[in-house]
Design a protein around this ligand. Structure first.
Ligand code: GAL
Ligand code: ZN
Length: 646
């Protein structure tokens, strides 16, 4: 089903009835509103103006549209911030971030938590039972504009409490953090500050705990809202719109309090920064890289325990990336169908109409500011008709599990050791190789049930909990671990038996040195008679395990014990393609080599093929395939769907 993001407060009630009717005609079923409307709901403290929102709800009900109501807490109004200045967050440099845009609040602020509870309760009581209300979105994009990590006095206070609960005594903390180094020893929890504006690197254990603390604060804050919404609006769903490729808080943990996950998909904008260390090929400028939206769909299906929506779908150019291309004709439709292929329940476009004022005036919508139809509108019209005729079977378990961990992202932030080393890049490399082989992927957290997959890949799990040994050891399928797995203990120290720490029980090897190599290939790995250039990172390992792949200096680069594999380097897509192809074929998975720019995704007995390339491509459908959409030769930016017959 389709939805749209709408801002009645931008347009006045005169336009609403006609807008809603037009949405309905277009095939839209859901409309999200309200997430930034606090100043229009409560223009003065305690003085509410409901007329416009009441009228909107009633009109939506009349027209037959379902509403997702956003709690307006991403934008506390001016009077509120003036009344409680401690709401404002403080940046890494120690500067107060001011009113005048959005997300100007600190998750730890006691006054903001109180005000949040107040406004959420008032709104939930008013609309929680409205017949048009489908469900809630809490806040908007937690963490956007670098707002998870705040360095204000409230956070410092809360962090001390958090540490006290974790370590009980200051001696424990000193030992865990190794504060004897550089005379950092603390005499009490009151002496501990936040790890910013230090002369050089702060203590990494201090940083990791602070990152964990900041993540917990977001979860706690969201929980405050959820508790109130559950109370006043039983039976309606609660979700949050997460961002693509954003890892500063543990989304798996936060989503436990939600009914399902949602995320905001801006494939062109995301491509500009996800591809930081690997130049985006020109052919993808107007389509986005073929694995970017897909990776996030698979991640959020995992975060949402099988259920997710796309709450905001790019429908034309955005205004916030370094370059803001117009999507190639067909891409809005392609992105929509791709989301459904990966299991999205709803795709909701951002936004109904481009607004002629303020920060996002150059961000497109389905309509232009003068209400004429923009190009995205027509693609939505087409796709709305198509999905009506497309029976979507239930999602099934994918053959491959990719194990994803938010702490791993924090580890690589704290200790990259060199240029080009970040968790997203590593995960993206593994994911791309699997997807180029036509393999479908589920993204799971480390302690999820991983049995029943044909292949389990762990790009890296640096903080490797001891309990995972028991969890992973019984797995029968191949399990592939990437570099830096098991690098640290829970408190960010080198494990006593050297990395990979307790993973040694499964894979007896020791990492005796780590080198980083920069972005240009400096090394080669020889595997099965072929040479693969290696850049970024190389580990020196010592092990009795037989060598499967070696560096040019003879050191072991790929080793295995039974079905467990270890890669002692930052692998390239080229290496992983051959490596996974080999493993997958041994497991009867029949991997394919997809043509450049083509991806496929199965949903039940349907196979979807997407052509991200700017030329036509022949897709690998069987001869007798019955096409429900498209055909074997796929024009640029087009989609085919066929039924798989057993
Ligand atoms: C999202 C945000 C929206 C809007 C959009 C523009 O990050 O949730 O409110 O700003 O980006 O692309
Ligand atoms: Zn703060």
């Amino acid at each position: 089903m389709l939805g749209v993001c709408y801002y009645p407060e931008h347009w006045g009630m005169e336009k609403v009835p006609e807008d809603l009717r037009q949405m309905k005609d277009l095939g839209i079923r859901f409309v999200r509103v309200g997430e930034f409307a606090w100043s229009r709901i409560e223009p003065n403290p305690g003085e509410f103006s409901w007329k416009w929102l009441d009228a909107f709800f009633d009109e939506a009900h009349r027209v037959g549209l379902k509403v997702i109501l956003g709690t307006p807490t991403a934008t506390p109004p001016k009077w509120l911030v003036d009344r409680y200045p401690d709401i404002l967050p403080v940046d890494r440099e120690g500067r107060t971030r001011r009113f005048g845009s959005r997300r100007h609040y600190c998750f730890s602020s006691p006054s903001y938590r109180q005000e949040t509870q107040r406004i959420v309760a008032i709104i939930a009581q008013r609309y929680g039972q409205h017949p048009a209300l489908a469900g809630w979105q809490t806040d908007n994009e937690y963490g956007c504009h670098d707002t998870v990590r705040c360095f204000c006095p409230r956070c410092q206070e809360a962090f001390r409490e958090w540490l006290r609960a974790r370590y009980s005594t200051i001696e424990n903390l000193n030992a865990a953090w190794g504060t004897v180094f550089w005379s950092q020893e603390y005499r009490s929890f009151e002496e501990i500050e936040l790890p910013n504006v230090t002369v050089t690197d702060p203590n990494p254990s201090h940083l990791l705990d602070y990152f964990r603390f900041a993540s917990d604060q977001v979860r706690e804050y969201n929980r405050l809202q959820v508790a109130i919404l559950r109370k006043y609006s039983p039976g309606r769903f609660i979700t949050h719109n997460f961002m693509g490729g954003f890892f500063q808080f543990d989304h798996f943990a936060l989503a436990e309090d939600l009914d399902f996950a949602s995320w905001d998909s801006y494939p062109l904008g995301h491509a500009e920064w996800i591809m930081q260390y690997r130049p985006l090929e020109e052919c993808f400028f107007r389509s986005g890289h073929p694995d970017i939206a897909a990776l996030n769909h698979d991640l959020y299906r995992g975060v949402g325990r099988g259920r997710f929506w796309v709450m905001e779908q790019q429908a034309g150019p955005v205004q916030w990336a370094p370059r803001n291309y117009s999507p190639a004709p067909g891409m809005v439709r392609l992105w929509t169908l791709e989301a459904f292929a990966h299991g999205a329940e709803v795709v909701s476009y951002f936004r109904w109409r481009q607004v002629p004022f303020a920060q996002e005036q150059m961000h497109s919508g389905l309509l232009r500011p003068d209400s004429s139809k923009d190009t995205g509108f027509f693609e939505v019209q087409q796709v709305a008709r198509e999905i009506e005729k497309l029976p979507l079977p239930d999602m099934e378990k994918s053959p491959v599990a990719l194990v994803f961990d938010y702490e791993a992202a924090w580890f690589f932030e704290i200790e990259p050791l060199g240029v080009g080393i970040n968790y997203l890049d590593l995960v993206f490399t593994f994911y791309t190789a699997l997807r180029k082989l036509g393999l479908d992927v589920d993204i799971r957290k480390p302690d999820d049930d991983l049995s029943g997959y044909h292949l389990v890949v762990v790009p890296s799990l640096p903080i490797f909990r001891e309990t995972l040994v028991e969890h992973l050891a019984p797995l029968q399928s191949p399990v592939v671990f990437g570099p830096r797995t098991g690098s640290k203990t829970q408190v960010f120290q080198i494990p006593p038996n050297l990395p990979p720490g307790s993973l040694q029980e499964i894979l007896p090897l020791r990492v005796i040195r780590v080198e980083t190599l920069g972005l240009t290939p400096q090394e080669n790995v020889l595997w099965k008679g072929k040479t693969y250039p290696v850049h970024r990172l190389k580990e020196w390992i010592e092990t009795e395990l037989p060598v499967l792949g070696a560096f040019q200096d003879g050191r072991k680069a790929v080793v295995a014990r039974e079905n467990f594999f270890y890669l002692a380097f930052w692998p390239s897509v080229e290496f992983l393609l051959d490596f996974f192809e080999d493993l997958a074929s041994q497991k009867g998975l029949s991997p394919l080599r997809l043509p450049e720019g083509v991806r496929i995704r199965r949903r039940g007995n349907l196979v979807f093929a997407f052509n991200y390339a700017s030329e036509e491509r022949e897709i690998p459908a069987p001869d007798h395939a019955t096409f429900l959409l498209g055909r074997r030769v796929l024009p640029p930016h087009d989609v085919a769907v066929w039924r798989e017959t057993p």
